[in-house]
Design a protein around this ligand. Structure first.
Ligand code: ADP
Ligand code: MG
Length: 382
């Protein structure tokens, strides 16, 4: 398979922070870039050589993107799969529309995990009123999740008992849903895998994730961040899931570690993931370079983590700290004076609570030292 060499143009559907970091990685390697995103001020659009400002399904916009691009990827999992299929008529597209379509739908995603022999939480699919009565008692207490378009804990409702199910489903506007049993989580972790068109697969080490209010808050990556047995199982499961999709590109799989030592898969994202951002400074090949390499059919080499790392998400809430009457920029100097801090801001014009504005990666010589710096940094930012 012929590689698409630097000097060519790589296109990306979506102009968010993931697209911005993809663009940065591609440009560093000598590629030109093109971004399709309707927003004039989108984080990736602002740093790309070309920015097509159109809707994801606009024929003219899609034609313009494929006109610029030698190959096209996505940074946004809710890009309509049909748009990727359309682009694939003219240009190489990775990941494929068929894989993205599965990741976009929790019911299809879970069916895929089961096909690959990877257990997930007990669940039931709800596609209409009639399904409500048939739900087994063993799924309560549970979490009701819309099958499509959920992210950062949005599109979810907790259901303590059967009596809560109908109101919860109504609150989600009777959308197609899955009801999952609420599991006792010992920890959460994720694995980023990259698979080339030739079937070669590499992965980043297991990442331990801490969520607050359904949004990723902290990722920690070092040898002891998760127990060894579930850690190895997560890597094997992630590879099986990518293989089973005949996936080309970067795929991130989220897992739950349970108190009894078992591991279940939660969900997957057909793109780089927030929990893999640490790899920009903590590994010799980042998840975004992996995305460039898979798209351009360049060789994949197993990345090596050279430094223990902690990533802190910087949410818009920081701009509205105690005492702040309106948007107030956090004191970046107070954290940049700490050793091994790497600040990423995505260039979003307006801070809003819960909005991902940037992240801070900390690297250091040992896991305890990097943890200590991370705690210090978190306190300084308030
Ligand atoms: P999103 O697409 O919003 O990331 P997730 O399905 O990953 O949705 O859920 C967000 C978070 O909610 C998870 O990271 C986890 O902390 C919690 N959660 C989700 N499902 C379960 C479950 N079945 N049992 C316990 N906690 C869960
Ligand atoms: Mg999630």
């Amino acid at each position: 398979m012929t590689p698409i060499l630097p000097g060519a143009t790589l296109g990306v559907m979506g102009g968010g922070q993931l697209g911005r970091m993809f663009v940065h990685a591609a440009q560093r390697m000598g590629y030109f870039t093109a971004v399709l995103d309707p927003d004039e001020g989108s984080p990736a659009g602002r740093v790309s050589h070309h920015h097509v400002r159109s809707d994801y399904v606009d024929e003219i916009g899609l034609a313009e993107l494929s006109g610029y691009s030698d190959a096209i990827t996505t940074e946004f999992e809710n890009v309509p799969a049909a748009a990727l299929a359309r682009l694939a008529d003219h240009r190489p597209v990775a990941p494929a529309a068929s894989a993205v379509a599965i990741a976009q739908d929790r019911a299809q995603e879970k069916a895929h995990f089961t096909r690959c022999g990877v257990p997930c939480a007990p669940y039931a699919v709800i596609t209409g009123e009639d399904a409500l009565a048939g739900i087994g008692d063993e799924l309560f207490p549970g979490i009701l999740k819309t099958a499509r378009l959920g992210y950062d804990g949005k599109g979810q409702a907790r259901v303590a008992t059967r009596a809560d199910l109908r109101p919860a489903w109504e609150s989600l506007r009777r959308a197609d849903c899955v009801l999952e049993k609420m599991l006792p989580l010992a920890f959460e972790c994720s694995v980023v895998v990259a698979r080339g068109a030739d079937g070669v697969m590499v992965h980043l080490p297991v990442q331990r994730n801490l969520h607050r209010n359904g949004i990723l808050a902290v990722t920690e990556v070092h040898e002891q961040c998760v127990p060894p047995v579930p850690g190895l199982r997560a890597i094997e499961a992630a590879k099986a899931i990518a293989e089973g999709l005949d996936y080309v590109g970067v795929l991130c799989i989220e897992f739950f570690g349970l108190a009894d030592g078992s591991l279940v898969v939660n969900e997957m994202a057909p793109r780089p993931h927030n929990s893999g951002h640490w790899s920009i400074e903590g590994a010799d090949v980042s998840q975004f370079e992996l995305q460039v390499r898979t798209l351009a059919r360049l060789p994949l080499v197993q990345p090596r983590q050279h430094s223990p790392a902690v990533m802190l998400n910087l949410l818009g809430d920081l701009w509205f700290r105690e005492g702040a009457t309106g948007a107030q920029t956090p004191d970046w100097a107070s954290v940049l004076c700490l050793p091994g801090t790497h600040l990423h801001l995505y260039g979003k014009a307006e801070a809003r609570p819960g909005r991902k504005m940037g992240h801070l990666t900390l690297t250091g010589p040992t896991p305890p030292s990097v943890r200590e710096t991370a705690l210090d940094a978190a306190q300084r930012l308030g």
